[in-house]
Design a protein around this ligand. Structure first.
Ligand code: DON
Length: 305
């Protein structure tokens, strides 16, 4: 396994030069275009890593399935899905269009920005501070890593420039999909996106969803089976945005990407995978990361279909 991972890193490294690091959040421009790393943790808790597997980056949109799980634990599912839909949008992750053109104006799903902002609004807590503490504690628990922190520079950079998300937040509030203070919801959303992780953290969280919410080592149930299943289903149908169909065909693994360059993949009953490669394709997915997962899916027969 170790040599498979090493080889897949070296054979796919060339693709990093075809992509671009995210620049619309100014702080993300500092990423190194050539970085590429991977970590796999299997159901027997064996860990295999290669490349830049322990470099830190911000989780960005990979926070969306995690916050969805928390929102589903905090609320009745009917209530959650009265605020956010279940259908792929077929649009880019930051599209605002369907908030206006959909019959219901409901955000299509919890994996795109609009739907994720509505999901973040469902995190329970008496005030913003308690919500933030509950949110970060949940990430730490899933990653089994108490040292996870928010990258303050990325958080501030996104808060300062995130006017498109702000516009969506106010539309969502206007149409009844967010209750409470929009700026507070956005603040929490920017913070969840700015949590710093590495591929080991992603592999751990991916493994938990792969194992239907039970911690492999301790046997503790952390997320219900139903919620784990729902989260993986959204990862398949919407996890790669308007590239989700192609990814399902070529790779066939529930996965979620982020503009920090991460991809978290969850192979049911088998393994969690974390990939990092900050050079992105035009749709905002790690360009070499996608190639790596395509290779591994074939080599290790991971396609769930
Ligand atoms: O809200 C944003 O635009 C970012 N914080 C997250 C977007 C993202 O990661 C899209 N993923 N590929």
């Amino acid at each position: 396994m170790k040599s498979i991972l090493k080889n897949t890193i070296s054979s796919n490294k060339k693709y990093t030069s075809n992509g671009k690091v995210a620049s619309y959040i100014p702080e993300l421009k500092k990423a190194n275009q050539d970085d590429l790393g991977i970590c796999i943790i299997d159901k027997n808790n064996n860990m295999y890593c290669a490349g830049d597997y322990n470099k830190k980056f911000t989780i960005q949109s990979i926070s969306k399935p995690i916050v969805l799980a928390l929102a589903l634990m905090d609320n009745e599912w009917e209530y959650v899905f009265s605020k956010v839909g279940m259908e792929p949008s077929g649009d880019p992750f930051n599209s605002i269009m369907k908030l206006e053109t959909n019959d219901t104006k409901k955000p299509c799903n919890p994996m795109i920005n609009a739907g994720a902002i509505a999901t973040t609004a469902l995190i329970k807590g008496k005030d913003l501070q308690e919500k933030e503490e509950r949110m970060i504690s949940f990430f730490r628990k899933l990653a089994k890593n108490d040292s996870l922190q928010i990258n303050e520079d990325v958080y501030k950079s996104e808060k300062l420039t995130g006017d498109r998300n702000r516009a969506m937040g106010y539309l969502l509030k206007n149409d009844g999909f967010i209750e409470g203070d929009v700026e507070e919801v956005l603040d929490l959303y920017f913070k969840q996106c700015s949590i710093e992780i590495d591929t080991v953290d992603l592999a751990r969280i991916g493994l938990l969803f792969a194992n239907y919410g039970i911690d492999m080592e301790t046997g503790e149930r952390i997320i219900s089976e139903d919620i784990s299943r729902m989260v993986k289903t959204f990862m398949v149908t919407c996890g790669m945005y308007d590239a989700s169909g192609e990814f399902a065909l070529k790779v066939g693994i529930p996965a979620k990407s982020g503009v920090g360059g991460g991809i978290m993949a969850s192979v049911p009953k088998r393994m969690g995978i974390g990939v990092f490669g900050p050079a992105l394709d035009k749709k905002g997915n790690s360009i070499a990361g996608l190639k790596i997962l395509e290779d591994l899916s074939k080599k290790l027969e991971l396609n769930i279909f």
